[in-house]
Structures are given as C-alpha cells and as structure tokens.
Design a protein around this ligand. Structure first.
Ligand code: PMP
Length: 357
C-alpha cells in the first residue's frame, strides 16, 4: 500500500542509458561515442577559457552557437533551436508538438527513449513494426496520427531510409509535426535538412555527441521552420531559460569552425565501419548495411547475451537489449582500428573455442 501522496506521484519507467564503466584497459563500444577526440580548436578554447565570466548567466538565446549553426547549415537563426544534447531537444519537441489525442507513431525497434518521453508527457503512442529485415516501411506512417518521430539512420539497426522515403512520410503527414532524429546522419546518410524549406511541419534534430565527439558536453540542436522553432522556444522559456551553459556554447561554436577535422574523422569511422562489416561477415555474423557509427549484428550459432557477458568480462563493452525481436543482437559501436582488431581477435577465439568457426 502506498501513501496518499505517493498515489499522486507522476510515475514513469525511466530510460536506461548504456553503462559508463571506467577501466583503464577497457574497449568501450557500447554507447556510440566517437573514439577520437573533439576538434583541436576545442582543446585550444578550453585552455583559453576563463573562470571569471562563469559568474554571469549564459545568453538565454544561446546566440553564438545558434548563429554559428545557422551559418553552417545556411538557414536563418530563427530556424535553429539548441539544447542539452539532442535528448533535451527531443524531449522539448515531444512536449511542444505531440499534444493530440491521436497516437504518435514510431518504429517498434528504435531509440528506446521515445516511449519513455511519451509516457512521461502522457502522449498516446503506437509502435509500427519494422519489416522482417528490420527496415522501416514509409507506408506504415501514412495513416491518421498525432505526430511521427523516427531516427534516420534508425537506432539500433543503423539502417538508413533514402531521402525520397523520408519525404514520402513528411508529405503524407502535413497535419502533424514530423521529427527526424538525425543523431547518426553524418556517417554516410542523406539529411532531410533540404526539406525543411519545403515543409513547415518538419523538425530535423541533430547532436554533437557522435560525429563531433562531444557527448560529454551535451549539445544538441533542431532545425525547422521559424514557426516550429518559435513554439519550441516558447516551451523552453516556460521550463528553463538557461539550458545551455557558457562552456558548451563556446566549445560547440569552436567545434563547428573546423570542417576539415570533422570530415577527416567521420570518413575514418566510415572506413573502419566498412572494414568491420567484412571482418564480422567472415566470422559468420549477420547484420544490415549500417550507415551509422555502429553495427547491429547477430551470429546464428551464438547466444547474444552469453557473448555480451563474455566480452564484458574481457572489458570489451558492447550494447545488448533484452527485448523481443532483438535479443539475439549486439550493437557494436565503431571504435579505432586497433580497438576493432582486438574485438575481432576476441570474437575469433570465442567462436573457435565453441567449434562454430
Ligand atoms: N537519438 C538517438 C537515435 C540516439 O541514439 C541518441 C544517443 N543516445 C540520442 C538521440 C541522444 O543523444 P544526445 O542526447 O547525446 O545528443
């Protein structure tokens, strides 16, 4: 029996983030972080940073970063919204735009924060099953709904929808807001950003956590029509005026200035990913054609949870989801070439020991 006050608590089943173990010898391939450091300009900006200005509140409109992002993406600054990681941006977007009695739609296998925010904000939702190959079918999103959200590439599958398919979803849903979560788009996908000028109801969400190696700083942003961004800001200012702290604003702006480092690092990760596909295929793993910085793989002759635990024992961390349809898969973040080689060596030995290689 709970107390009277407890019966009024807004209860939620929280999202479970990936583990953040801290062993000196670990190979951390479990939370889709970038294995390379942020752009050198970020380090330089940290060294030049002064403590004194921290006594002042940051700019509530996060102007420096918003301006830099607007220039980078060739949009107006009124089309840019920033937040504390894309989780913050997505949560604010759910709160602002998903306010219908009709259910919002998202895939059954997707970023597992979507149903948590929906529960938290009491938004009805419906999961649309991915097909046999774990691909998203655009036509599943054409029916009446209260909004649509999906990652492209999808997580944890890594599978990319071509821009034409994304546009089909948006064009069939012009009476609701469509959120395309592009956390992993920089690893080889075609962004929906060019569609923003065509569809007033399309919000594209991005992050500095993956391709810009800044998960620790918590910077995310959204680009959409001026109207969408105004509504998002109205909700933000009704919640917390100063979401972005001064160091994040400064360091995020510094990161954007170095395009060549950004391209070099994302290309490096893409090359390692493509090599990883060959290595994993040779070991007998099955997986889709990931366009993200991770591969979602299963081995027909190996129990995924057992392999996950065996890897963990060796301080090789990958992500395992004990959920229907995907409980035989492991999501493996792309690390450095050296880290991946250690993973392949372990897998080879593991499979040989079990006589399945
Ligand atoms: N969207 C997707 C699909 C993700 O996988 C993640 C990472 N957990 C996020 C959004 C949130 O990333 P962040 O808050 O670090 O920007």
């Amino acid at each position: 029996m709970s107390n009277a006050w407890e019966q009024q608590v807004r209860r939620v089943v929280p999202y479970t983030p990936g583990e953040q173990p801290d062993f000196p010898d670990m190979i951390k391939l479990n939370t889709n972080e970038n294995p390379y450091p942020p752009a050198p300009g970020v380090q330089k900006a940290i060294q030049e940073m002064e403590a004194e200005p921290l006594r002042l509140y940051p700019a509530p409109g996060a102007d420096a970063l918003v301006d830099a992002l607007a220039e980078y993406h060739k949009v107006k600054k009124e089309q840019v919204f920033v937040g504390v990681g894309s989780d913050d941006v997505l949560a604010m977007a759910f709160l602002t735009f998903f306010n219908s009695e009709k259910p919002i739609l998202f895939p059954d296998i997707t970023y597992s924060f979507y149903d948590v925010w929906a529960d938290l904000f009491r938004i009805p939702f419906q999961r649309q099953p991915l097909d046999q190959e774990l691909s998203l079918r655009p036509e599943d999103y054409f029916g009446e709904n209260g909004g649509v959200v999906f990652p492209n590439p999808n997580a944890p599958t890594g599978l990319l929808l071509p821009l034409t398919a994304v546009e089909e979803i948006v064009s069939h849903n012009q009476d609701v807001v469509v959120i395309v979560d592009e956390a992993y788009i920089d690893f080889g996908g075609e962004s929906a950003l060019p569609l923003v000028s065509k569809y007033e109801n399309l919000l594209v969400v991005r992050t500095f956590s993956k391709s810009r190696s800044m998960a620790g700083l918590r910077i995310g942003y959204a680009i959409g029509s001026e109207k969408l961004i105004k509504y998002l800001n109205d909700a933000k200012y009704s919640f917390n005026s100063y979401t972005m702290n001064r160091p994040s604003l400064e360091l995020g702006t510094a990161a954007l200035a170095d395009e060549s480092y950004f391209c070099e690092m994302t290309e490096k990760i893409i090359a390692t990913r493509e090599r990883a596909k060959k290595e994993l295929a040779e070991l007998g793993f099955c997986f889709g054609d990931s366009k993200a910085n991770f591969i979602f793989a299963m081995h027909p002759k190996v129990n995924a949870e057992e392999l996950f635990l065996a890897l963990k024992e060796k301080h090789i961390f990958v992500r395992y989801f004990k959920k229907p349809r995907i409980d035989q898969y492991l999501r493996i973040t792309i690390g450095t070439d050296e880290q991946m080689d250690q993973l392949f060596a372990f897998l080879k030995e593991y499979l040989q020991k079990r006589g399945v290689l």
